[in-house]
Ligand binder design. Structure first.
Ligand SMILES: O=C[C@H](O)[C@H](O)COP(=O)(O)O
Ligand SMILES: C=C(OP(=O)(O)O)C(=O)O
Length: 445
């Protein structure tokens, strides 16, 4: 692991997707302020997650990672965070109970405020403005004022992350996530949707199992809370660097902005700044791999990011697209397996399946999402490797952003509740449908 000076090597390397700020002095002042603020997460928690991910790499646990595409400052409130957590908990219960596998729960939450974009600008009715890059950089509103990059937003992102993480810790440790509450999470949902009714039946079985275990002498308080971890894409390196601290116990650097950080598909260049910076922090980390990744790219990333071959350190999050997963994924897994490197493999069935509907809304078909996950399981089953988890964009609200699902949304419905700040998310029913399908696939594999 690196010395403090080596943590700045990235500054001399190409760093893609970094915002241009108007006033470097203002950025320096903000970064200095960030560097004085308390850690959001602790080194020991990151180490614990690394151990959980080592279980995943060994085939003994499954990751459920998800949340908004882009969190917003306005969304850092109790209702929105509770709804997201509630859906994550419901999905985790379905997976744990129906697939009988320990589920490592990681929110794409409490820090997912910066977005890489395909184009620097956005045009509407002949007007061109800079693209929205996440609330950490500029505002979503289509006005020149909102779209101006404002470094003070880095501080607001830190505080919004702190608020969100505080809520997550309270909900997951303070009794709300108690397994004896499985019915309560579904109360507002049960009658409305096929997924809700299916979940309710499973919750009834869990109730009976808990009563049985209690009768056998198990301590029901064991089910009081759950382990929950935060994660986001480590995109804005000034922010991540300012929140990197040397742990007083181990003397090693941890990025204390989240437990788990990942490098996106657009910034995973081997000789780039993002790969260098993440190679030097001690957190468990991930890399997104799209369909253009070669087996040699995967090996080179392993060599750079986990040269010691430590289990749980490195997760590959594959996002091939439903049409490509069955041919693009096997050569990667095969070569990594031959190398003996311990990698946890997770499927992101969202980012390879985005298209634009005739109405102009960016959307995804639930069928494509399900098909990519099915392909991911088929490939792992054929190769005898472990399908280690899913990474999804979802929300706890009944939005209309992805088409299809058990309670189908058609393209003409997209305008009804299209609320994402960036890419389309699964709503609660679509997320539960996915969890039931994954549980079945897991059982079979
Ligand atoms: O969430 C991922 C990316 O930021 C997003 O897909 C980029 O979208 P764009 O192609 O509209 O820029
Ligand atoms: C940008 C993202 O994905 P990818 O890097 O896989 O495109 C994302 O997960 O927000």
């Amino acid at each position: 692991m690196s010395t403090t000076n080596e943590l700045d090597v990235w500054r001399g390397l190409p760093a893609l997707q970094q915002p241009q700020w108007d006033d470097p002095a203002e950025v320096r002042a903000v970064v200095e302020e960030l560097a004085q603020l308390p850690p959001l997460v602790f080194a020991g928690e990151c180490d614990q997650l690394r151990e959980r991910l080592a279980d995943v790499a060994r085939g003994e646990a499954f990751v459920l990672q998800g949340g908004d595409c882009a969190e917003t400052f306005a969304g850092s409130n109790a209702d929105a965070v509770r709804n997201k957590l509630k859906t994550l908990l419901q999905m985790a219960v379905v997976l744990t109970y129906a697939a009988s596998v320990p589920v490592v729960k990681i929110g794409r939450m409490a820090g997912q405020f910066a977005k890489p974009r395909s184009k620097p600008g956005e045009a509407r009715d002949g007007v061109e403005l800079p693209a929205y890059r996440g609330d950490m950089v500029n505002g979503l509103e289509f006005t020149p004022e909102a779209r101006r990059n404002d470094p003070r937003r880095l501080l607001r992102a830190y505080h919004a992350s702190a608020v969100t993480l505080n809520l997550c810790r309270a909900f997951t440790k303070g009794g709300y996530a108690d397994l004896r509450q499985v019915h309560r999470w579904n109360q507002d949902f049960v009658a409305q949707s096929p997924a809700g009714r299916r979940y309710e039946r499973l919750a009834g079985e869990i109730d009976r199992a808990l009563t049985f275990m209690k009768a056998c002498g198990a301590n029901p308080d064991e089910f009081h809370g759950v382990e929950f971890y935060s994660s986001h894409e480590a995109l804005l390196l000034e922010y991540e660097r300012a929140l990197t601290r040397v742990d007083s116990l181990s003397g090693l650097p941890y990025d204390v902005s989240a437990h788990f950080l990942w490098i996106g598909e657009r910034t995973r260049q081997l000789d780039g700044a993002h790969v260098d910076f993440l190679s030097r922090i001690r957190n468990p980390i991930g890399v997104k791999l799209g369909p253009t990744t070669s087996p040699d790219d995967a090996l080179a990333l392993i060599e750079k990011l986990n040269p010691a071959g430590e289990p749980g350190r490195l997760t590959f999050v594959t996002r091939m697209g439903a049409g490509r997963v069955r041919d693009a994924l096997p050569p990667l897994i095969e070569k990594v397996r031959q190398s003996g490197a311990p990698v946890a493999w997770i499927c992101d069935p969202m980012h390879g399946n985005t298209f634009e509907a005739p109405s102009g809304h960016k959307t995804r078909r639930v069928d494509d999402v399900l098909d990519e996950v099915a392909g991911f399981f088929e490939v792992h089953r054929a190769l005898g490797t472990h399908p280690g988890g899913i990474h999804i964009e979802f929300t706890g609200d009944d939005v209309t952003e992805c088409v299809g699902g058990g309670h189908p949304i058609v393209e003409g419905d997209l305008h009804q509740r299209y609320e994402t700040a960036c890419d389309p998310r699964l709503n609660r029913g679509q997320s539960l449908d996915l969890a039931f399908m994954v549980a079945e696939l897991y059982r079979k594999s």
